[in-house]
Design a protein around this ligand. Structure first.
Ligand SMILES: Nc1ncnc2c1ncn2[C@@H]1O[C@H](COP(=O)(O)OP(=O)(O)OP(=O)(O)O)[C@@H](O)[C@H]1O
Length: 255
């Protein structure tokens, strides 16, 4: 392949649309939350979502993972209309508030390992490399010491770390995080941000993260929002601005 072809195919690859919202509106009964919003998240973008309480951030995330259906408009994931989309293992989603029934019997290790298996592979034997990935995820989230505890008996912050480890273990193509570090101590928060920045820079992943941590968002994604939807602002950074072969291409999320 000559260099022109090589750069063309790289550019085409890293600029695929991962999420597309096309004139999407949503209401809870008669309360309009999202009105006629269109945007595109490109492959390898890191999109930070900031907005006041009640602005509609969680509603937007839930629509993108198929938990809520837009009243109008269309959503596409990896180019497929969401109603036909089936590759859910390509997407990791950590919702805003997780909580387990205290009697839920699984251990922390089992919950983290379950991130490796889609429904189809649920009975697959856990191999040594899977255990190793699990150990690494536990270590990064500083929960090795509670690996054999029951998830339902942990504090909210500890449970949230388990969910993050579960989402990370699979290295999904797209990771959607809704206020992922709420209730987590400062050191683990800092380690987690370092980790996802590293994954964004080096592991070809696309990130969409709701956060109230304006310092973290602006530090990594810049101080100017790229787009907005009502009171929600979107900050964007592509993972390889320096060596992107088509520097003129907009990594904007606006259509
Ligand atoms: N299940 C629901 N039924 C009715 N109204 C809802 C429901 N969920 C959210 N809302 C309302 O929709 C609006 C948007 O809520 P949403 O949770 O999406 O906001 P948010 O930006 O994520 O807020 P926060 O920063 O507080 O998490 C709010 O006014 C909220 O009260």
């Amino acid at each position: 392949m000559n260099s022109e072809n090589a750069s063309t195919s790289t550019a085409a690859y890293c600029h695929d649309n991962i999420i597309e919202l096309d004139h999407v509106s949503f209401s809870y009964k008669d309360q309009k939350v999202i009105t006629d919003f269109s945007f595109v998240i490109k492959e390898r973008d890191f999109v930070g979502v900031i907005g006041s309480n009640g602005a509609g951030k969680t509603t937007l995330m839930k629509m993108m993972v198929g938990l809520l259906q837009p009243l109008q408009g269309e959503i596409r994931l990896f180019g497929e209309p969401i109603r036909r989309f089936q590759d859910w293992e390509r997407i990791g989603y950590v919702p805003q508030k997780n909580s387990f029934n205290p009697l839920f019997p699984a251990t922390v290790r089992e919950v983290v390992l379950s991130g490796l298996y889609s429904n189809k592979k649920i009975f697959k034997r856990v191999g040594r490399s899977d255990q190793q990935k699990c150990d690494e995820a536990l270590e990064v989230m500083r929960i090795t010491n509670i690996a054999d505890k029951r998830i339902g008996q942990l504090s909210g912050g500890q449970q949230q770390r388990v969910f993050l480890a579960r989402a990370l273990i699979n290295q999904p193509d797209l990771l959607i995080l809704d206020e992922p570090t709420v209730g987590i101590d400062a050191q683990t928060q800092a380690d987690f941000f370092e980790l996802i920045k590293h994954m964004h820079a080096h592991h070809h992943m696309t990130f969409l993260m709701v956060s109230h941590d304006i310092e973290m968002i602006e530090g990594y994604l810049g101080t100017e929002p790229r787009d907005q939807c009502g009171a929600i602002n979107f900050y964007v950074r592509h993972s390889h601005d320096q060596d992107c072969s088509k520097p003129g291409l907009q990594h904007s999320i606006k259509k």
